[in-house]
Design a protein around this ligand. Structure first.
Ligand code: SAM
Ligand code: SF4
Length: 363
C-alpha cells in the first residue's frame, strides 16, 4: 500500500488508489487529504468562490425517485410553480447583488408547455438583466432537441446528477420502469455535451448499500466523462419516501458528512479545473457545512433565492436548512464567513468552468 504523502503527490489516481484515499478513517489522515485539496485549488483556481442564485422553479415532478421528498407520489407536498414575475424578481435580486449567475432547478417535467416556459424565462431573464447573468439549468432528463432549444435561448450550463454510477444501486433507488433508467441518464449527459453546455453531474454520498468502491467508481466516471462541473453531497433521508425504510442501514450522519468532504477533496486532486459546489445538503448535516466544503476544494456556493413561502414545499430531504432566511442577509453573512476562512467571493463574474474553457482551447 502506498503511503498517504506519496499518494497525495500524484495528479491522478487508479481505482485502487481512490479506494485507499476514500478509506482513511483517522482525523489526521482525513485532514491531510482535505489540506492537499485546498492547496491544489489555491494553486489552480485560486481561493475564489462563485455564487449562483438558486431558484426552485417548481416542485411538480413526473418521477418517483425513491429518495426524494418531492417525488410525484408524495401526497403530503403542496405543489407550486413560480410565476414568471416571481422568477424575474429573484433574477433581479441576484443581478443587483452582483451574483453573476443563476441556477434554475425543478422537478422533472416534459411536454411543450414546460419546454416553452423555460425557454420564455431564459429570454426574459437575459433581457431584464442585460445579459449580465449566466444561467445554469437543472431540470432533469429532456430530449436532445429540448436541450438544444434551451441552450439557444441562453442557458450555458446544465446539472444532471447520475446519482450513483453503480447501475445495480441506481436500480435499487429508482422505480423499475422506462422513466427511471440508468442508460437514459447517461444518454442525457451525452446529449447535454452535444448541445454545447458546460456539463455538470454528481452523486449522493452515503446511500444505503453504497460502498467505498462505488464512490471511487463515481470519481472515475466523472473523469472518464470529462465533466466540467460536479455537485455532490450526502444522501439525507426524508420520512415520506420509500427509502426511509432503509434509514437504519445508513452510515451515521457525521460519517456521511465526512465522506462527502473526502469525495470533494479527492475529486479536486484528480480534476483541478472543474467547478464544484458546496451543496446545501452539507449544511443540513453540519451548520458549518458550506465553508467546510469550500475548504475541502469546492469553489461554488448556491444561495437559495426561492421565495420563502415556497421553500418549505421544496424539501428533498428532512431538515433542509435556511427555510426562512432572508436572501440579502444570507449573502452578507456568507461573505463574512468566507472572508474569515481566506476565500474571496467573485462578485459580478460568471465563474464559468475553467475545465470547459481549457478543453475548448485544446479542440
Ligand atoms: N429533478 C431534477 C433531477 O432529479 O435531476 C433536478 C432537481 S433534483 C431535486 C436535484 C437533486 O436533488 C437530485 O439530483 C438528487 O441528487 C438530489 N436529492 C434528491 N433527494 C435527495 C435526498 N434525499 N438527499 C440528498 N439529495 C437528494
Ligand atoms: Fe423528481 Fe428530481 Fe426528485 Fe427525482 S430527484 S423525484 S426527478 S425532483
Amino acid at each position: 500500500m502506498t503511503d498517504l504523502t506519496t499518494l497525495l503527490s500524484k495528479t491522478t489516481h487508479s481505482h485502487q488508489e481512490l479506494v485507499q484515499l476514500l478509506s482513511v478513517t483517522s482525523t489526521e489522515d482525513t485532514a491531510q487529504i482535505l489540506d492537499a485539496a485546498l492547496q491544489k485549488k489555491a494553486s489552480t483556481l485560486g481561493r475564489k468562490v462563485y455564487l449562483r442564485g438558486l431558484i426552485e422553479l417548481t416542485n411538480h415532478c413526473s418521477k418517483n425517485c425513491y429518495y426524494c421528498g418531492i417525488r410525484a407520489a408524495n401526497k403530503n407536498v403542496t405543489r407550486y410553480t413560480l410565476t414568471d414575475e416571481e422568477v424575474l424578481d429573484c433574477a433581479d435580486f441576484a443581478w443587483k447583488q452582483g451574483f453573476g449567475s443563476l441556477v434554475i432547478q425543478s422537478g422533472e417535467l416534459s411536454g411543450t408547455a414546460f419546454t416553452a416556459q423555460i425557454e420564455g424565462l431564459l429570454h426574459k431573464i437575459h433581457q431584464h438583466t442585460k445579459n449580465e447573468l449566466t444561467i445554469t439549468l437543472s431540470c432533469g432528463e429532456q430530449s436532445l432537441d429540448t436541450y438544444k432549444r434551451w441552450f439557444k435561448a441562453g442557458a450555458e450550463r446544465y446539472l444532471l446528477r447520475i446519482e450513483t454510477t453503480n447501475k445495480a444501486l441506481y436500480q435499487q433507488i429508482h422505480p423499475h420502469d422506462t422513466h427511471h433508467t440508468w442508460e437514459s441518464r447517461i444518454e442525457a449527459l451525452q446529449n447535454l455535451r452535444l448541445a454545447g453546455y458546460q456539463v455538470g453531474t454528481g452523486v449522493m454520498i452515503g446511500l444505503p448499500g453504497q460502498s467505498i468502491s462505488d464512490l471511487a467508481g463515481d470519481i472515475g466516471f466523472f473523469r472518464s466523462m470529462d465533466v466540467d462541473m460536479v455537485g455532490m453531497g450526502p444522501y439525507i433521508e426524508h420520512a415520506d419516501t420509500p427509502m426511509f425504510e432503509k434509514a437504519q442501514l445508513l452510515w451515521p450522519a457525521s460519517e456521511r458528512f465526512r465522506m462527502a468532504l473526502l469525495m470533494i477533496a479527492v475529486l479536486r486532486l484528480n480534476m483541478p479545473w472543474i467547478n464544484m459546489a458546496a451543496s446545501t445538503a452539507l449544511e443540513t448535516l453540519d451548520p458549518l457545512g458550506r465553508q467546510k466544503g469550500i475548504l475541502a476544494g469546492a469553489n461554488v456556493v448556491m444561495p437559495n433565492l426561492t421565495p420563502v413561502t415556497n421553500r418549505k414545499n421544496y424539501q428533498l430531504y428532512n431538515n433542509k436548512p435556511n427555510l426562512d432566511k432572508d436572501a440579502a442577509l444570507s449573502t452578507i453573512s456568507l461573505q463574512k464567513v468566507l472572508d474569515a476562512i481566506g476565500e474571496t467571493i467573485c462578485f459580478n463574474e460568471a465563474g464559468n468552468s475553467q475545465h470547459f474553457s481549457r478543453r475548448q482551447q485544446q479542440e
